[in-house]
Write a new protein. Structure first.
Length: 607
């Protein structure tokens, strides 16, 4: 570091001599203010002590001896599914100070960054480093910042990456004490394959480790987590510990939970591959009215279109059959209910769908939320239905400016919808089937625009379904995004894909199964859903909506996603033989089109 004035040693001698003279003269001497020296604050940045100090998501990290940049060890981290193999640690820093973060990396799409800086979080990356390449970035901490997270990660579906000799150079912070052991560990929603956990936060903690049967299975920053991939009807034990830059606390006391029997999430009673369709029950259009008893056996889930609000903000939902003046062949209410029971006896699920193109619902108040719950319950009970389909469109879901974290939404219409659905789920239990049919605008477009307030001209509805889907993912039976009426959307390959062809449906579905960063944030990754929770939404005919896809292109879509053949230009991040199936608008339009859509589905999946 360049200095001005006398050399450092001579300056020190003169200062000492002058101080001695002042003391001898009886004058007070003030010691010069101490300035923290720059040092390397990263713990075990060379990985010579294994993964000590580091936490890698999903157990993705390991220490290897080759290749190593310096010393004898390096980090190898392997992305898998919706996990980008992030390895991180919390570091104690000083407020209003500048730091330089560097690392040597190797591999495709390797990221290095720091978050929680209190100013602007930073990251840098390389798209392809065939040999050791140095990444460097700098940041300045905020006025009250005492800890930051430094991390490196890869990208979804790419091979393993390597990192070594990671350093964080800057003034050291005050010593950090180990956080206290978390208290109040408790279980929440339990399905056939997952258990939700929550606990009381520990002072000084920057993260938490979740243990299942003594094995660490998750690392999170909040005070809740959901352990997935569990077996049905099985008892599990869980503990949690708190972490910060000083290390890890002792583990909490254990809690136990038993997963539900197979199908406890509402989806197990469906066939492995299911066909979902909307039935125009409350109105007629050019497709004609179809009686419930005349719905072909191909359809596994029948969504009654629609339950509609008495006003936009009331939360009061009503459903009635199409008036005879509009639908001359409409059945009576008694016949309709009897036909529903017959469908259910044959293993079909019949749901009430709320919303649609003209049914705008805004649960802006708790009163509207409670009215929504009571009125939807009344419909379900009156007709003996199996659950609820949420088809909110228009301005029903719109993010408030500043609501930038899909994991912790603050917009009332979103918070109240989540609460209402959880209440319905709790009322009806494991038999309750929950599906959602958002447009791509509300989901995949969040890849580009979610939470980009003050919006900068972008529509605040972009990605607005993401917090709803995330909060209800353990209760969600099926998500069938409408891959139509949407225009072109950017996929994970950073290319725009147009409706009507296999590439569009492959790219949009790959995002749902793989997960994706939200609005360009590398640290806010929307996790992928299970394949059994995902169906692809398509129009049944050219009359049903923009984006009609021919049976040939539908078959290519299914081949690519379930077998990784016929994939065209888009490279998927996995192969999902358990993809649940297809959804279409609508059963009526499919009958009008001589059953082309359902016949193709039956032929592909063997009826």
């Amino acid at each position: 570091m360049e200095r001005t004035g006398p050399p450092a040693r001579m300056s020190g001698l003169l200062a000492a001599f002058s101080a001695a003279l002042l003391v001898a003269a009886g004058l007070a001497v003030s010691a010069p203010a101490a300035v923290a020296a720059d040092t390397d604050l990263a713990r075990n940045g060379g990985f010579e002590a294994g993964l000590d100090g580091w936490s890698c998501t999903g157990g993705s990290g390991a220490v290897v001896s080759s290749p190593a940049h310096g010393g004898t060890s390096a980090l190898k981290a392997t992305p898998a599914g919706s996990d980008n193999a992030e390895c991180s640690q919390a570091v104690t820093v000083k407020p209003s100070s500048t730091y330089t973060l560097s690392a040597w990396v190797q591999g495709s799409y390797v990221y290095l960054g720091a978050s929680g800086t209190g100013t602007t979080d930073v990251s840098t990356w390389t798209p392809s480093a065939t040999g050791w390449t140095k990444l460097t970035t700098t940041f300045t901490t905020g006025a009250t910042t005492t800890s930051v997270k430094i991390y490196t990660h890869g990208w979804y579906g790419t091979p393993a990456y390597y990192a070594d000799d990671l350093t964080l150079i800057g003034p050291g912070g005050d010593p950090v004490q180990l956080p206290a052991t978390p208290a109040g560990l408790r279980t929440g929603t339990t399905t056939s394959s997952s258990v939700a956990l929550s606990w009381t936060g520990s002072t000084g903690a920057t993260g938490y480790n979740v243990y299942q049967g003594g094995t660490k299975v998750l690392s999170v920053t909040g005070t809740s987590a959901t352990v997935t991939g569990l077996a049905a009807s099985t008892s599990y034990s869980f503990q949690v510990s708190a972490t910060n830059s000083a290390g890890e606390s002792a583990r909490s006391g254990a809690v136990t939970a038993t997963t539900a029997a197979g199908g406890g999430d509402g989806g197990g009673a469906l066939p492995a591959h299911a066909l979902v369709g909307y039935l125009h029950s409350s109105f007629a259009n050019g497709s004609g009215y179809t009686r419930m008893a005349d719905v072909p056996d191909s359809w596994d889930v029948i969504d009654l279109a629609f339950g509609e609000p008495t006003s936009v903000t009331s939360g009061d939902i009503r459903f009635s059959l199409c008036p005879v003046t509009e639908c001359p062949n409409v059945e009576s209410a008694a016949e309709f209910k009897a036909a529903i029971k017959a469908k259910q006896a044959a293993g079909k699920k019949v749901l009430i769908s709320i919303g649609g193109q003209n049914g705008q619902v805004q649960l802006a108040t708790t009163a509207a939320r409670d009215t929504f719950v009571s009125s939807v319950s009344k419909i379900i009970d009156e007709y003996g239905l199996d659950g609820l389909d949420i088809d909110f469109e228009g301005h029903s879901l719109s993010l408030n400016t500043g609501d930038t974290d899909f994991r912790n939404p603050t917009t009332p219409v979103i918070v109240n919808l989540i609460s209402a659905v959880k209440t319905l789920k709790a009322k009806y239990g494991d038999r309750f089937v929950l599906t959602m049919a958002p447009e791509t605008f509300f989901v995949q477009l969040g890849y580009q625009y979610y939470g980009s307030g003050p919006w900068g001209g972008q529509d605040p509805r972009a990605g607005a379904y993401l917090p709803v889907i995330h909060a209800l993912r353990d209760d969600l039976t099926l998500l069938h995004v409408q891959d139509y009426n949407s225009g072109s959307i950017m996929g994970l390959d950073n290319q725009y894909h147009s409706m009507g062809g296999a590439d569009f449906h492959i790219a949009m579905t790959d995002m749902l199964l793989t997960g994706f960063p939200v609005a360009g944030e590398t640290t806010k990754v929307f996790p992928g859903l299970r394949p059994d929770q995902v169906s692809i939404g398509l129009p049944a005919s050219t009359q049903a909506g923009n984006g009609y896809t021919s049976p040939t292109e539908v078959t290519k879509t299914l081949n690519c996603l379930t077998k990784k053949t016929d994939c065209g230009t888009y490279a998927t991040h996995g192969t999902w033989s358990g993809l649940r199936g297809l959804m279409t608008w609508s059963i009526n339009w499919d009958r009008f089109n001589n059953g082309e859509f359902s016949k193709n589905f039956d032929a592909y999946f063997g009826g």
